[in-house]
Write a protein that binds this ligand. Structure first.
Ligand SMILES: [Zn+2]
Ligand SMILES: [Zn+2]
Length: 335
């Protein structure tokens, strides 16, 4: 079968590799869609730890191709895959903090992932999903990360919300907070095309980060979805006194910012990190399966394996949100 492998830092190849041999408790999945994300670019550049060679891809789903006897999964089942595998037994896992498990590893990062025609996946990582456009399977994992942020924000309805960053996370959060009853949704990003898209997705208004109008306003909840130091710094200034800042973007490791502890205290600011998709993948699969989110406009390009190298070695083109790779086509589903 074919797969996209990072063979060395800066080197990506489409290779013919053996079909995976499932271990106990694993099923084989025909991958129908796998999203590319910033983490993949960081791995290719050697900026995110991963033992090479590695088949990338952690945002994927597909159809069960083979399941062991007495499995609860059958060939043909459409599934979303939670790529993050925790130990279940440590103190963090037992307390529900599975993203913080010290033994956590991820498909497509620490073991081979979804940029492959077939992947072996532990049954515990699978979530059934209703018949949807197969390309939408690539959005379940990023949506699950956004649902974690929504949980931490503790929405009650009626909040004013700023979202900093117009990539896939920002565009998904726009839709989630609209459904959660936000009174006003302001998206802040440099690219005009992403601002226009956000307004189609439900944002009330949108601004460039240096726009004087937005600099004068404050919000009940701010979601940081860009992961740059500038965007984090701006997010801290956008929360009202007593407001919350939810950090979803992953900033560069080791980078620091000057922060006024005085302001944090006297403004009672809540600054909350939100990491990965702990226990939210199932809800994300249900939400995508319901078809209530507008996901098709977020697919900027559908790629073949041969096009992945250029897509990962270069930054996305202006206005582009998500690149989705189609390892196999769903022409002859067994179900
Ligand atoms: Zn990702
Ligand atoms: Zn654990």
């Amino acid at each position: 079968m074919r797969a996209v492998q990072v063979t060395d830092i800066g080197h990506i190849e489409v290779r013919e590799i053996p079909l995976p041999t499932p271990r106990a408790g694993e099923v084989l999945i025909d991958v129908l869609a796998c999203g590319l994300c910033g983490t993949d670019r960081h791995i290719v550049r050697g900026e995110y730890p991963s033992a090479l060679p590695r088949v990338l891809g952690h945002e994927f789903g597909g159809r069960v191709r083979w399941s062991p006897p007495e499995s609860s999964w059958s060939p043909g089942d459409l599934v979303s895959v939670d790529p993050n595998i925790s130990c279940v037994d440590c103190a963090d896992c037992r307390a529900g903090r599975v993203a913080l498990c010290p033994d956590r590893y991820a498909l497509g990062v620490d073991t081979d992932g979804g940029l492959s025609e077939v992947v072996a996946v532990p049954e515990s990582q699978l979530f059934r999903i209703a018949d949807v456009d197969p390309l939408h399977l690539a959005f379940v994992e990023p949506l699950a990360c956004c649902l974690r942020g929504m949980d931490l924000a503790e929405f009650h309805g009626g909040e004013s919300v700023a979202i900093v960053g117009g990539g896939v996370m920002g565009q998904l959060v726009v839709q989630l907070v609209a459904r959660a009853g936000a009174s006003r949704i302001t998206l802040i990003t440099r690219q005009a095309a992403k601002r226009q898209l956000a307004e189609r997705m439900g944002a009330t208004d949108s601004y460039a980060p240096d726009d004087a109008t937005v600099l004068e306003r404050t919000f009940d909840v701010v979601f940081e979805c860009a992961g740059t130091l500038d965007s984090v710094e701006q997010s801290l200034t956008l929360a009202r006194r007593g407001g919350s800042v939810i950090l979803l973007g992953i900033p560069p490791e080791g980078a620091t910012l000057p922060v006024s502890p005085f302001t944090l205290v006297v403004d009672e600011l809540r600054v909350q990190g939100s990491f990965l998709n702990p226990l939210t993948q199932e809800r994300a699969a249900e939400l995508v399966g319901e078809g209530v989110l507008d996901l098709t406009p977020l697919v900027s390009r559908v790629l073949t394996f041969d096009e992945v190298e250029q897509a990962l070695l270069n930054e996305p083109a202006g206005g582009d949100i998500k690149y989705v790779v189609q390892p196999t086509r769903d022409e002859d589903p067994t179900s």
